[in-house]
Design a binder for this molecule. Structure first.
Ligand SMILES: *Cc1c(COP(=O)(O)O)cnc(C)c1O
Length: 377
């Protein structure tokens, strides 16, 4: 089997059946001729040829048995939620991406589904929250956002499977290159492909990869067709262009992040650094055991000078852009509490960095001058 970087660089050795081209065309037709031939696509609400190619690549990267791309990470999440029925139960990582916490909470409330927020690193708490016949999903995020905590996927899968529940892992920040949650026992992996998979901040997309092409998975595929939430042909084509450089991008971004985390940990004005790749981080051992090749490009740090200084810090950086989101080529900084708004569980002195692929010396110098100005303000 070819290595991931090789697979991605050449889109799995793609050759266009019509032209012999090495790059797929944008096949935007809504419908195709019914001539009984294999590979005819039918109606575009259920897929398009660029989506099929992207699905086959991500399925290989994740060791999956089926992959489906959606027009956003949120639609992929909605597809999973659509399989639940009133009376079902969901356990959700408490420190998860705040918008998913909101979306999932509202959905469960309306549908009469019992939702429990749990720190999934605390297996005892997970065990207590899980009930035979009442828990249908455990929804994990690895690493969590914005504290980048690392749960033990194999242990969670065991707890889930003991009561007949499925384990969903949102691996957006881990990327399919650093973490393979299905191999560790998860039932389905979710990616916001808006982030690293596309990697250029110019489209929204989401994906699910399953460990089994069972009836539950077929329900998810049927939901995608029924809701019209498949990734459209143009976006799928653009996504493929982004995916070709995924390995290069995440390697560089992860290297930069590790250097920045180590540097921040030595600054007197910084009271805490959250990055699972630091040896002193309480999640380092679990990260090392489950990740390969890097620890990710997301990190957070807290300022001794407090909340106001943290909010001001974002306005002082010149290379890091003051913006939300993650996984694009450029580095971003945000005062996370302000982004999350009401109901945020994030410490108010915390700054979140999405580290990009710039020259690391420029990133370090930028943080140094902003820190200097903050400490001397
Ligand atoms: C952005 C993000 C999502 C949501 O994905 P969209 O593509 O914006 O719908 C879900 N999970 C995580 C971890 C994210 O960062």
């Amino acid at each position: 089997m070819r290595k991931n970087a090789t697979l991605l660089a050449g889109l799995g050795h793609y050759t266009c059946p019509q032209s012999g081209g090495l790059v797929p065309p944008v096949q935007s037709s809504v419908t195709s001729v019914i001539d009984g031939s294999e590979g005819a696509l039918g109606y575009a609400r259920s897929g398009n040829s660029s989506v099929l190619l992207a699905e086959s690549l991500l399925n290989t990267l994740e060791n999956g048995q089926g992959c489906a791309f959606f027009n956003a990470g949120a639609s992929a999440a909605w597809a999973v939620l659509s399989t639940l029925t009133p009376g079902d139960g969901v356990i959700l990582e408490a420190d998860c991406y705040y918008e998913f916490r909101t979306i999932i909470s509202r959905y469960c409330q309306r549908q009469g589904i019992a939702l429990t927020l749990v720190d999934l690193c605390n297996l005892e708490a997970v065990g207590q929250a899980t009930r035979q016949g009442h828990t249908n999903l455990i929804w994990a995020e690895l690493p969590t956002n914005p504290l980048w905590k690392i749960a033990d996927i194999a242990a969670l899968a065991k707890v889930a499977h003991r009561v007949g529940a499925r384990l969903v892992v949102d691996a957006t920040v881990a990327t399919p290159l650093w973490l393979n949650a299905l191999t560790l026992g998860a039932d389905v992996v979710l990616h916001s492909a808006t982030k690293y998979l596309n990697g250029h901040g110019d489209l929204t997309a989401g994906a699910l990869v399953t460990a089994r092409p069972d009836a539950w998975w077929q329900e998810i595929i049927a939901y995608r067709t029924a809701s019209g939430s498949v990734l459209p042909a143009m976006e799928a084509w653009l996504l493929l262009r982004g995916m070709r450089t995924l390995a290069l991008r995440v390697e560089r971004a992860s290297e930069n992040a590790l250097k920045i985390a180590r540097w921040l940990a030595q600054q007197p004005g910084v009271s805490g650094v959250h990055y699972p790749g630091l040896e002193q981080n309480p999640h380092f051992a679990r990260a090392e055991a489950q990740f390969s090749g890097g620890f990710g490009a997301m990190l957070s740090f807290q300022l001794s000078a407090g909340a106001k200084a943290a909010a001001a810090f974002c306005r002082r950086t010149r290379v890091f852009r003051h913006s939300t989101s993650l996984g694009s080529t450029e580095s971003l900084i945000e005062h996370r509490r302000s982004t999350e708004g009401e109901g945020s569980r994030c410490p108010d002195d915390l700054l979140r960095l999405s580290v990009g692929i710039e020259d690391c010396a420029d990133l370090l110098a930028d943080l140094a001058q902003a820190l200097d100005a903050t400490v001397n303000a």
